[in-house]
Design a protein around this ligand. Sequence first.
Ligand SMILES: Cc1cc2nc3c(=O)[nH]c(=O)nc-3n(C[C@H](O)[C@H](O)[C@H](O)COP(=O)(O)OP(=O)(O)OC[C@H]3O[C@@H](n4cnc5c(N)ncnc54)[C@H](O)[C@@H]3O)c2cc1C
Length: 416
Amino acid sequence: MDVSYPPEAETYREKVQAFLAEHLPTNWKGIGALGHEEADRFATEWRATLYENGYLAVSWPKEYGGQALSPLEQVILAEEFTRAGVPAGIGNDVFGIQMVGNTIIAWGTEEQKKHFLPRILSGEDKWCQGYSEPNAGSDLANLGCKAELDGDEWVVNGQKIWTSAGHLADWIFVLTRTDPSATKHKGITFLLVPMRQPGVEVRPIRMISGESEFNEVFFTDAKAPKENVIGEVNGGWAVAMTLLGYERGEAAAVLPIRFRTELDRLVELARDYAKTDDPAIRQRLAWCYSKVEIMRYLGMRALTAFLKGGHPGPEASISKVFWSEYHHKSTELAMDIMGMHALIPTGRPPASAFQTDDPGAPNDSASWVGTFLNARAGTIYAGTSQIQKNIIGEMVLGLPKEPRADGGTWSESSKR
Ligand SMILES: Cc1cc2nc3c(=O)[nH]c(=O)nc-3n(C[C@H](O)[C@H](O)[C@H](O)COP(=O)(O)OP(=O)(O)OC[C@H]3O[C@@H](n4cnc5c(N)ncnc54)[C@H](O)[C@@H]3O)c2cc1C
């Protein structure tokens, strides 16, 4: 494996570094070093700067407002943004740009592309993801939220759950059941539904950390225009899988940087609490170091495949299960280092429930306690660890498939 980047990559890196130097304040330490309100303000202004300078949706074709960057340039950009501690967008952008935007580019009609993509980029439309339901999480194809065509409109009834950032969204992409008499993977339609209407109710769910970043979403005769289907009516499963496949190759490059930065902070924490002479703590820190190094090599392997034009397939599950299980243990170590202090957290809690605290975050007990609580969710969202292990067993190692209970129409199988 050759771990060095070609010369043209370094030229592009210099361009990104020059952009960052020009637009970031002097003495910039990372968004984690700002207070919450200041960080929110910075993130909004920074998104506008990225938009004006063509640094949003960089993988999209130029005709739809992107930069058509090569995979290598995307990786360099993501690395430099992570090192500088600046976000690549705001919270809902992952659903708008990365998920539904890419899916519209892959499956949408020309009218859908022309209508939705510029509004996503400008920030006029914020999106969220309506996949999971109380009876459809790991078994996503069991979903029962119904859509029926009535003249020129779809009428949607049912419930979604765990809808991240749903309270901030203008639109939701929803997997709906449009033919209950088909088998469960068939009869699903991928529908774009406006959130700001009387038939859509968003109820926040309070998380273990005390925050409310996700929600329940209830549809009661909610309406969506007939033409808001992406792909074929009853052919939504293939569209849904395309969307889930937009795992970015740059994640492989970014995760080891984020977790390495967090590990450096963990070692500092051990120093602050005078625990670096404790042999048990030292051994656990060394364990963390070895895991982050393995993550780096796993990242390089995924990155090599991505740069060769491959899409992260089932192997992406190895990285997901690895970092999320590691994060449980490394944040537990932070709790053990702080001891009783972890029971009365002080200072600045993390601004987001996603992975590590932001780069530049101070070593406050509230930062670590918040990250410890958030890390519990890492082994659940984007597919639980058990499901990742099933995928690795069945699709990477070729082990026999586990028995499935379903079969027959969705109406029959959902009653079992
Ligand atoms: C922080 C967070 C944000 C999220 N954001 C969104 C969002 O924006 N939009 C959205 O649609 N969803 C979202 N989700 C939902 C997420 O995708 C689901 O929680 C996840 O797919 C698991 O589904 P479930 O919660 O229904 O658990 P279940 O599927 O009910 O699983 C319960 C337990 O059973 C295990 N299990 C289930 N099936 C098997 C099997 N076949 N073999 C072995 N073990 C099994 C699971 O691993 C788990 O431990 C979010 C979840 C979290 C935690």
